[in-house]
Design a protein around this ligand. Structure first.
Ligand code: HAM
Length: 440
């Protein structure tokens, strides 16, 4: 990997070496899985409701794919991409985002023939070798929605924003701020860029090194420089919204009307340009306000009508966005929003003796086959220790198999809360459990 950590490393044979997750990458532990499940389920249900089909693309893509689309000048490609040369000599990159890979797949499989537009969604890890800090990691997980192909209709820009607003609503994340802007098209952007360059040229010597370079290569990015020495010039910079061509201006107005209709509140931010080069017209970003706001933007996106053309395809209208799951979780935790995940009811299977243990594993298979989730601590020999585990897990029902039960083809059902026990035949146990569950 070209951007791998350069610190000297202990040899793998070093017996003292202790292993940690790579810097900027984290384990999603069992204790947090209810957040993940809630977010992924909400995304999947919204995708289904709005008729988005799931697409999964490889973690690795040709590095040039990102250079041509996300942009060689973008931080994501210039500074943050994990690239590698394979044994076969290909230069691949770990995807730093979904959009270029989804566009590549759209072209490669000629997805437009399946109907237009294509509505595609993805969930999965992406990688950026950035400096880790609060809300910023090197591996993170995006929920990504794209509308590709068909006609260029402002309705889709609004619908993408609506989809993310719905996701936040589902997750009970309120108190957020949506910023929208337009970065124009092939017609108006070059004119605006020239005006911006002329304005900034007067301050060239006072700009940070990155901005001095961007002044020539990508002047729009001057507007989102976070460096304090560059901030002060932003205020008087020409406003793109005043310079949009008639078509871009009309389209932007329509999007705002749709957002009004949907009662989605927004603020215009003429300095929002986003760090990825492929955007045209609409760009948007949404952040938490108050608790959790320190993690940075929760989601962002925009229109990218030229991306497929950059890859040698036809001019293809497209719009999309992505949210970072880790940041959503951070906000939920900061606000103590407990994800409502349906608890799974399960029966705890207990054995008393070796031959009962064999029957117990068979009983578990039959229960699972009948749609009844199980739990156990069969490796423990003592009945008391197993029941203690059942208690610890908060099990409501335990099924106990002993010598007598094997002989009689029966099982004891124990209500863990009352301690009441009853014997039922093995043939009836599934029915009996379902009956008890339906009564509660
Ligand atoms: P992005 O703004 O670069 O857009 O990333 C989208 C979201 O990913 C961010 O709002 C944030 O929640 C999360 N994110 C970004 N970087 C990090 C990081 N280092 N650590 C943790 N979370 C992070 C895109 O990636 C575009 N592809 C979105 C898009 C789709 N535009 C059109 N279609």
């Amino acid at each position: 990997m070209s951007s791998a950590n350069t610190k000297p490393k202990a040899k793998s044979s070093d017996p003292q070496k202790s292993f940690h997750a790579p810097k900027g990458m984290h384990d999603a532990l069992p204790a947090d899985q209810h957040y993940w499940e809630r977010i992924e389920t909400a995304a999947r249900e919204i995708a289904r409701s709005y008729h988005f089909a799931r697409i999964d693309t490889p973690l690795l893509e040709d590095a040039d794919l990102f250079k041509k689309t996300t942009g060689e000048e973008s931080d994501v490609v210039a500074k943050e991409m994990y690239t590698m040369r394979t044994k076969g000599g290909d230069v691949l990159a770990l995807r730093p985002e979904f959009t270029p890979g989804v566009a590549r797949a759209y072209m490669e499989h000629n997805l437009s023939r399946l109907g237009q537009p294509q509505r595609l969604y993805s969930v999965g890890p992406v990688f950026r070798h950035d400096r880790p800090q609060l809300g910023r990691t090197r591996q993170f997980t995006q929920v990504n929605f794209e509308v590709m192909g068909g006609v260029n209709d402002a309705m889709y820009d609004a619908q993408i924003i609506l989809i993310f607003a719905t996701l936040l609503e589902e997750l009970k994340i309120k108190n957020t701020a949506l910023k929208v802007n337009s970065v124009g098209c092939k017609v108006c952007r070059p004119i605006y860029k020239k005006q911006l360059q002329n304005y900034y040229k007067n301050h060239e010597k006072e700009l940070c090194a990155d901005c001095a370079r961007r002044l020539k290569t990508n002047p729009l990015r001057l507007l989102d420089c976070k460096n304090p020495q560059c901030q002060k010039f932003k205020e008087k910079a020409p406003n793109f919204l005043d310079k949009l061509c008639v078509t871009c201006s009309k389209s932007f107005k329509e999007i705002l009307e749709y957002l009004d209709e949907l009662q989605i509140s927004y603020a215009l931010d003429n300095q929002l340009v986003r760090g990825l080069d492929y955007y045209s017209r609409t760009v948007f970003e949404l952040s938490a306000e108050g608790a959790g706001s320190e993690v940075g933007a929760l989601l962002g996106g925009g229109r990218y009508d030229y991306l497929i053309e950059f890859l040698g395809g036809r001019l293809t209208p497209a719009v999309g966005g992505a949210a970072g799951i880790e940041r959503l979780i951070a906000v939920m935790k900061a606000r103590e929003i407990a994800p409502s995940v349906k608890a799974v009811r399960r029966v705890f299977v207990v054995h008393a003796g070796d031959s009962a243990k064999k029957k117990a594993i068979r009983l578990m298979k039959d229960l699972v086959g009948a749609g009844i989730p199980i739990s156990e601590s069969l490796a423990k020999d003592s009945l008391r220790a197993q029941l203690k585990s059942a208690d610890k897990e908060g099990a409501h029902v335990a099924l106990i198999l002993g010598q007598k039960e094997i002989y009689e083809s029966s099982v004891i059902i124990r209500d863990m809360r009352t301690g009441l026990q009853e014997s039922v035949t093995l043939a009836n146990v599934v029915e009996e459990i379902k009956k008890r569950w339906n009564h509660k």
